[in-house]
Design a protein around this ligand. Structure first.
Ligand code: SF4
Length: 240
């Protein structure tokens, strides 16, 4: 199987409990959801994948899409001493069969919207870190939110933390979030995750983040768990 990939580059993880670690990012094209705060255009197909030539250089060469697992594995040779490979998107789980064929020898860090449990089952033994989203109803522009919630819980169950894998949950918070919805949703997945990350939305496209008081109040309600408030960091210092 081949997969369309937008870009491969080296940077620092900008979100969650692994913020700042050096990673290679493999950004897959395409997503099965349509979140209102999405910063990845879904409408345009990439004829080429841009690949950073030297880590941190912001200089790229192009590879024609779609790419084979062998091509992607080969590009990894130019990036040394990284914490992990971030499989991001878009939604990487769409390409679970492709991911199964990767041969990289570096821990895999899956960033997923947690909506595709059958695909999650295919790669559950390959990933060392899972950054899984719990999307709130207000962010989810689809009529099938109940189905998403069921699938989200099942994905967390399949990819749960264990002695070989860390799994944490990220919740993007927009103003006027429904606190009860979050408390109820977290109760369904709390056994599967090490950390719950509350990420106030980056205010783009007219979206507004909730007030610090609201976010701290939510952290207080969930304080029986390891709940951390961590905004996106890469947008602050202008990294990829
Ligand atoms: S799941 Fe991620 S990539 Fe997909 S629409 Fe939502 S924010 Fe965008």
């Amino acid at each position: 199987m081949k997969a369309p990939i937008r870009e491969i580059f080296c940077s620092a993880q900008g979100e969650g409990p692994y913020i700042g670690v050096r990673q290679v990012f493999v950004r897959f094209e395409g997503c099965n959801l349509s979140c209102i705060y999405c910063d990845t255009p879904q409408d345009k197909k990439s004829e080429y994948c841009r690949v950073e030539s030297v880590p941190g250089s912001f200089e790229f060469t192009n590879l024609r899409n779609p790419l084979s697992p062998e091509e992607v594995s080969a590009t990894m040779k130019r990036y040394a001493n990284v914490h992990s490979i971030s499989l991001t998107g878009g939604e990487p789980l769409i390409y679970a069969e492709f991911i199964r064929e990767l041969n990289i020898g570096v821990p895999l860090y899956l960033e997923s919207n947690m909506s595709l449990p059958e695909k999650a089952a295919k790669i559950k033994d390959m990933v060392d870190y899972v950054a899984g989203d719990f999307k709130l109803a207000q962010a989810h522009s689809s009529d099938h939110y109940d189905r998403y919630l069921e699938n989200m819980v099942e994905c967390f169950r399949i990819l749960a933390k264990n002695n070989k894998r860390d799994c944490f949950c990220k919740i993007v918070l927009i103003e006027n979030f429904d606190k009860e919805e979050i408390i109820n949703g977290v109760s369904l997945i709390e056994d599967y995750v090490s950390v719950v990350v509350l990420q106030p939305v980056t205010p783009i496209g007219g979206l507004k983040a909730p007030s610090p008081k609201e976010v701290l109040g939510l952290q207080e309600e969930l304080s029986y768990l390891d709940v951390r408030i961590i905004p996106q960091s890469h947008v602050i210092w202008g990294a990829l």
